[in-house]
Design a protein around this ligand. Structure first.
Ligand SMILES: [Zn+2]
Length: 402
């Protein structure tokens, strides 16, 4: 067997399904050919016929699957630091809104930005994720809220995946908020999302999934269902911002449509958790938003465990409620704020994040046949990835074998 590259003398956390815990291999090796893993397992079991063009001694370092951020709003115009400063100085939401703040300010800045501007402003955020071993990132639209800007945002997201060695998956989030010019007419705006925006996005092949924000301040379950029916008609999988601020039974709605994931979930109940487990809908927890808006209600981790629902973790990187570009810190927050275990945190940014994107057959574990996306760490044990705060022990990042 020929291989392009062989990493040996490594400790592997394969995250392979059916293996206990993190799927640890103590004296491990991993080989790739044409960007795909051809072997991941004990050094002792390496096929004797394996000939590698390049051999890399890992000196006992740990290798995990490349990290996956499965929920971000990385592409947007402007920033909201000034609004943050105003709020800390005691300004009310009304005063901030009058000063042009809030999501409307991001929509305005995103509409004013050209495609190049959107790519350029997102690159430092993407680079920060990559510096911590991210090899796949999901990016949502949702700050355009008109056809032209939604398309431009998704094109910018796709271009980010060409500008850097990383896999970008894109999600159309037209039903994120009501644009100011809709004058409160949600039904008319949802009709526009369904009849005009989504067909245009699908025609250009710009989205891998469709998302919506199901909440009192956003769209109702009925409106969300209309968006999902349209997504289904276009053959696109679904994701949902669900039960973040109240229980509108968004988790159950997502499960009913067989959505890939339901995200946030602070207010999800036992019924919702059971429906998600039965449908295979992944619970994507977003501790950065929980922290930043100083939410006090935690997602029902115990209910997800009891029901057997899978849990992933993501940054939710966005300018309003989670200006976070660190999956390592996200893991620490998942543990400290939500009491996830080390195994749950690491699986949540690898295997389960891949599942939440419908990409588990391609990435998320160290198994032959998958893309050779790796993070190589200077650590003594995997718990260090979750334990430390503001420290990056990444030694090397490998995307598709390089
Ligand atoms: Zn979000």
């Amino acid at each position: 067997m020929d291989a392009d590259r062989l990493w040996f003398n490594a400790r592997l956390a394969t995250l392979a399904e059916g293996t206990p815990g993190l799927g640890i291999v103590d004296h491990g090796a991993l080989a790739c050919k044409d960007g795909r893993i051809v072997y991941a397992g004990p050094m002792a079991d390496l096929p004797p016929s394996l000939r590698a063009k390049e051999r890399i001694d890992c000196a006992g370092r740990w290798i995990t699957p490349g990290l996956i951020d499965c929920h971000t709003h990385l592409v947007f115009g402007g920033d909201r630091a000034q609004e943050f400063e105003m709020r800390l100085a005691g300004a009310s939401y009304e005063e901030i809104a009058r000063a042009g703040g809030g999501i409307v300010s991001t929509v305005k800045a995103t509409r004013a930005a050209g495609e190049d501007d959107l790519v350029t402003s997102a690159l430092p955020r993407l680079d920060h994720l990559l510096a911590e071993g991210v090899t796949t990132v999901e990016i949502k639209s949702g700050y355009g809220l008109d056809t032209e800007t939604e398309l431009r945002s998704l094109r910018a997201a796709r271009r980010l995946g060409e500008a850097r060695p990383v896999t970008v998956t894109t999600t159309f989030l037209g039903a994120h908020a009501l644009p100011p010019e809709a004058n409160g007419d949600k039904a008319a705006y949802v009709a526009k999302v369904v009849d005009e925006m989504l067909p245009a996005v699908a025609a250009e092949g710009l989205a891998d999934a469709v998302d919506a924000f199901c909440e009192g301040i956003a769209f109702s379950p009925d409106e969300t269902a209309r968006v999902f029916e349209a997504a289904r008609a276009h053959g696109l999988p679904m994701k949902l911002h669900a039960d973040q601020l109240s229980n509108l039974h968004g988790a159950a709605l997502a499960a009913r449509f067989g959505a890939l994931s339901a995200d946030h979930l602070e207010y999800t109940d036992a019924e919702g958790a059971a429906a998600m487990a039965a449908a295979g809908t992944v619970a994507v927890l977003l501790p950065g938003a929980f922290y930043f808006i100083r939410e006090t209600k935690k997602p029902p981790v115990e209910l997800f465990r009891a029901a057997g629902a899978r849990m992933a973790l993501a940054t939710d990187c966005n300018p309003g409620t989670s200006p976070l570009t660190s999956l390592l810190l996200t893991m620490n927050m998942g543990a400290t704020l939500f009491r996830l275990t080390v195994e749950e945190c690491i699986a949540g940014v690898t295997r389960e994040a891949a599942r939440a994107l419908g990409r588990l057959d391609e990435v998320g574990t160290l198994e032959a046949g998958k893309w050779c996306d790796l993070a190589i760490w200077d650590i003594e044990r995997p718990a260090e990835l979750v334990y430390r705060i503001g420290f990056n022990p990444l030694h090397a990042r490998v995307w598709r074998g390089k």
